[in-house]
Design a protein around this ligand. Structure first.
Ligand code: HEC
Length: 246
């Protein structure tokens, strides 16, 4: 006869149960870890989880870029702004500063952004000076952050793909012996794999467009729910459903 979770011998039910309980605890620890790494550090800045994830994978635009797209947007022509954005995108190198960027700043900005302009921030401090490359570096206006590198993404991706696919192979194998309808088991077994594909795929896509941070969260949520249902359902069938029918 074919075993189901309900009719498995005691030894297998103990083995499966120990595994499922520790996997469940491992998953909770992983969520806690993510909270401390990705959510908590941002809470002070008023950033939500989605923004935190977007920053991590996509990076954060430089303050020079933010200013030129925001409050300083109409201080320079579109062509001049394009020159500056292109320079930032190429890594804001010092050697092309004098030819590409300095003329733009000289023509449009230094009448306010120089030490003796007397122009102040709203909080009374002088506005950052744009006289030299070093001034701009010192004012932290071109700190470039493009998120995780491809090498870092490849590292975390392969660890997660290998690790999680094996883990949900075991939980899926256990749930394949459930007595729930076949279609339900098939969905429950495939769901974590689909979720992992969405989650890890979205890390890479978020590097390109920050909007994909949403799919990281959706993938993570589906993974968590599928794993929780697999674990609780299996435990229930092995121990509680058994006593009713045995
Ligand atoms: C008429 C004066 C004036 C001109 C011209 C001007 N700015 Fe500003 N800029 C300011 C003031 C005032 C602030 C400070 C705003 C604040 O923090 O209260 C500022 C702030 C900034 C900041 C700092 C933002 C931050 O993150 O702290 C940047 C970067 C900046 N400007 C870029 C530029 C660029 C680039 C140009 C030229 C294309 C330019 N500004 C032209 C007055 C000017």
């Amino acid at each position: 006869m074919q075993y189901t979770l309900r009719t498995l011998p005691l030894a297998q039910r103990v083995l499966f149960s120990c595994f499922l309980v520790l996997i469940g605890l491992g998953y909770l620890a992983a969520i806690l870890f993510l909270y401390f790494v990705d959510v908590e550090p941002h809470s002070g800045t008023g950033e939500g989880m989605i923004q935190g994830i977007a920053d991590k994978y996509h990076g954060v635009p430089t303050r020079l870029e933010i200013a030129l797209r925001g409050p300083m947007a109409d201080r320079a022509s579109i062509a001049d702004k394009k020159k500056v954005f292109k320079w930032i995108k190429s890594g804001a190198p010092e050697d092309t500063f004098d030819t590409e960027v300095k003329p733009v700043l000289q023509a449009n900005c230094v009448r306010c952004h120089s030490p003796n302009s007397g122009v102040k921030r709203a909080n009374g401090e002088p506005v950052p000076s744009f006289m030299t490359y070093q001034d701009i570096v010192d004012a932290e206006l071109i700190d470039i952050d493009t998120g995780l590198t491809i090498a870092q993404l490849a590292r975390v991706s392969h660890i997660h793909l290998f690790g999680i696919s094996l883990l949900v192979f075991v939980t899926g194998f256990i749930i394949s012996m459930s007595e729930t309808p076949m279609w339900f088991r098939v969905v429950l077994i495939a769901a974590p794999y689909a979720a992992m594909f969405s989650d890890i795929g979205a890390w890479w896509l978020a590097k390109w467009d920050a909007l994909f941070a949403w799919f990281v969260v959706i993938g993570g949520a589906v993974m968590g729910m599928a794993l929780a249902v697999q674990i609780l359902l299996a435990l229930w069938e092995m121990w509680l459903a058994r006593s009713k029918h045995a």
